[in-house]
Design a protein around this ligand. Structure first.
Ligand SMILES: CC(C)(COP(=O)(O)OP(=O)(O)OC[C@H]1O[C@@H](n2cnc3c(N)ncnc32)[C@H](O)[C@@H]1OP(=O)(O)O)[C@@H](O)C(=O)NCCC(=O)NCCS
Length: 278
């Protein structure tokens, strides 16, 4: 990519990597093809046979980033729930640019061609106009530390939300997930649930925020943007199920709460700062 990258924590990502979107031709009509002025280099159409190899590599990215304990998404789930209804955005490299240890991680032959994803962000449109549900985020920053990909997940999510035209965002994640360091970069998050039996893991929070120019730029690490964050009224231990249930009872009774910032570690425990809004 040769254009001026958006102000961010790791501008070299835009020099060294390419970008892709997985989208049907019909959905691609609604896509911003140059989010923050950065053109999308590859559009992968899941309805075409030639997409198969790249989509297999996306599934492999799941394994490489989530690790052996992770649960790679079945291809039919990705097709039904992500590729047909929504978009997948990320950064990628030509297969030929991968080092042997990186090719091995992706189980690629030495002469493999095409592109290989180094990050991915999947979101699915919701019924409300402009509202998207965040389905998956992955980055090779930690798996390939020699590549200098720091801040890749945060930048990928921000670029994706701009490309998708998202104005309100809803996500669900676990209180123990390190991805909350990334999600809270977009600003304070409204808590829609704090304890969620509908999910496989009830210790899940559902959160939402208004997607603004500032929220996206702050998440990318633009030093000129400073987001307002309310002061915390309480801290929730990430393993305190009774605390989650108490918050959930209050939310259902009409009290509004916000997760105001990233988690911190206190005496080996992860705690989250929470504000009571009304
Ligand atoms: C989690 C993941 C997306 C992070 O990707 P990444 O490119 O390293 O993320 P970023 O660099 O944008 O931001 C990570 C931030 O979280 C911080 N962080 C992450 N885990 C942390 C932890 N356990 N403790 C403290 N800080 C942590 C990092 O220090 C960094 O903040 P900093 O830049 O201020 O140092 C990546 O490791 C991954 O794909 N993991 C497996 C899949 C996953 O868990 N996805 C999220 C749920 S869908």
């Amino acid at each position: 990519m040769s254009q001026t990258p958006p102000a961010c924590k790791n501008p070299s990502l835009f020099e060294r990597l390419q970008t892709y979107v997985v989208s049907t031709p019909a959905n691609a009509e609604c896509l911003d093809r140059a989010p923050f002025g950065v053109p999308i280099d590859h559009i992968v159409d899941p309805l075409r046979v030639e997409a198969g190899a790249f989509l297999d590599r996306l599934q492999r990215l799941d394994v490489v980033t989530f690790g052996p304990e992770g649960l790679p998404m079945d291809k039919w789930v990705a097709f039904d729930c992500a590729q047909l209804p929504g978009f997948t955005y990320g950064f990628c490299l030509p297969a030929a640019a991968l080092e042997p240890r990186e090719r091995a991680a992706f189980q690629l032959a030495d002469d493999a061609e095409g592109i290989v994803p180094v990050s991915t962000y999947i979101a699915i449109p919701m019924f409300e106009d402009g509202t998207w549900f965040g389905h998956n985020l992955a980055s090779l920053n930690r798996a390939f530390p020699w590549r200098g990909l720091h801040h890749l997940a945060s930048i990928t999510k921000a670029m994706a939300l701009r490309a998708f035209g998202c104005t309100r965002f809803i996500g669900a994640t676990q209180w123990l997930s390190s991805a909350l360091h990334i999600h809270t970069r977009f600003g304070p998050l409204c808590l829609d649930t704090a304890y969620t039996p509908a999910h496989t893991k009830p210790e899940t929070l559902t959160y939402s925020f208004a997607v603004t120019e500032d929220s996206l730029r702050a998440a990318m690490g633009d030093p000129a943007v400073k987001l307002e964050r309310p002061a915390a009224d309480l801290e929730l231990d990430a393993e305190d199920i009774a605390g989650m249930k108490a918050l959930q009872r209050d939310i259902e009774a009409g009290t509004a709460y916000m997760l105001v910032d990233r988690p911190r570690t206190v005496q080996g425990r992860i705690v989250h700062p929470i504000a009571r809004i009304g």
